[in-house]
Ligand binder design. Structure first.
Ligand code: SAH
Length: 237
C-alpha cells in the first residue's frame, strides 16, 4: 500500500478547522453542500471533509470522496463513547474493526450486526494503518486498539446500560455514529481505512466532562495522530 492521497473525514467543525490551520490549502471544492478541502501535509495530499453526524452522511461523503478524489485510504477522526470500562476520557481508540450495532435481522435468522442477506458484519481496519496509528503518542493518554460500534443513536450511559448486547454480544469497546458506515463503503470499494476516536464520554464514569471544553483537546489529539499516520506511511516510488 502506497497512499499518496488520503481522505480524512470528521463529523465536527472543530477538527477540520484544526487541520486547516496547520496545513497548506491547495483548493476547496463544494458538492451537495459539503466542502472538500485539499491540503498538503507531511509531504502528501489530504482531502478533508466534514460529513456531519450519522451513517448515511458518512456513507455518502465517503463514496463521493472516493469517486472524486481517488484517495488510497480513508481515515475517520472524532469522538466516541466508551463501552470498555478500562477506557478513560481522553484515551484514543484505533479501530481494529467496526460493526454497525443497529443492524438487526434476527427475526430473519441473521446475527445482530450482520447485514441482511450478506456475509458482512465485521469490517476490519487496514492492519498497516492501525499499526502506524497505534505507534502515535496521545500525550498523557492511552492509545488502544479496539472494536468500534456504529449506529444512528447517541448512546447515553443509561442507554448503554439498557443495551447490554453492545458489550456482551458485539464486544464493542467504543460507540459512535459514523465509522462503521465509512468502513462498509471502503470494503465495497476495496479502500483501506482506519477510525481514530478520542473517548469523550464513558458508560460507567463519574466524570462529568464539559464537552465543549474538551473539544479543542480532542481536535489537537486527532490532528497529531493523523499527522503521525501521514508521516509514517510508505510512499509510492
Ligand atoms: N456532544 C456533542 C454532540 C455529539 S453528537 C455536542 O454537544 O455538540 C455525536 C457525535 O459524537 C457523533 O459524531 C458520534 O460519532 C460521536 N459520539 C460521541 N459519543 C457518542 C456516544 N456515546 N454515542 C454515539 N455517538 C457518540
Amino acid at each position: 500500500m502506497t497512499p499518496d492521497r488520503i481522505g480524512i473525514m470528521g463529523a465536527m467543525d472543530a477538527e477540520i478547522t484544526e487541520f486547516l490551520g496547520h496545513a497548506d490549502l491547495i483548493e476547496s471544492t463544494e458538492w451537495r453542500g459539503f466542502t472538500f478541502h485539499t491540503v498538503r501535509l507531511e509531504g502528501r495530499e489530504a482531502v478533508l471533509v466534514k460529513s456531519g453526524i450519522g451513517k448515511v452522511f458518512s456513507a455518502l461523503v465517503s463514496q463521493h470522496l472516493i469517486d472524486a478524489f481517488a484517495p488510497e485510504a480513508l481515515i475517520f477522526t472524532g469522538v466516541a463513547g466508551a463501552l470498555n470500562p478500562a477506557y478513560e476520557i481522553g484515551d484514543v481508540v484505533i479501530s481494529r474493526d467496526c460493526i454497525q450495532h443497529d443492524v438487526d435481522g434476527r427475526a430473519l435468522g441473521f446475527a445482530r450486526g450482520n447485514l441482511l442477506y450478506t456475509d458482512l458484519k465485521i469490517f476490519a481496519a487496514d492492519p498497516d494503518l492501525a499499526r502506524i496509528a497505534l505507534s502515535a503518542d496521545a500525550v498523557g493518554h492511552n492509545i488502544r486498539s479496539g472494536r468500534i460500534l456504529t449506529g444512528d443513536q447517541f448512546m447515553t450511559r443509561d442507554q448503554i446500560n439498557h443495551h447490554r448486547y453492545l458489550v456482551d454480544e458485539l464486544h464493542g469497546d467504543a460507540v459512535e455514529m459514523e465509522g462503521g458506515a465509512m468502513a462498509q463503503v471502503c470494503a465495497v470499494n476495496g479502500i483501506p481505512f482506519v477510525v481514530v476516536r478520542t473517548i469523550s464520554d464513558r458508560a460507567d464514569g463519574d466524570a462529568v466532562e464539559d464537552f465543549n471544553r474538551f473539544l479543542p483537546e480532542v481536535a489537537r489529539n486527532s490532528f497529531a495522530i493523523v499527522r503521525h499516520i501521514l508521516s509514517r506511511l510508505p510512499r509510492s516510488a
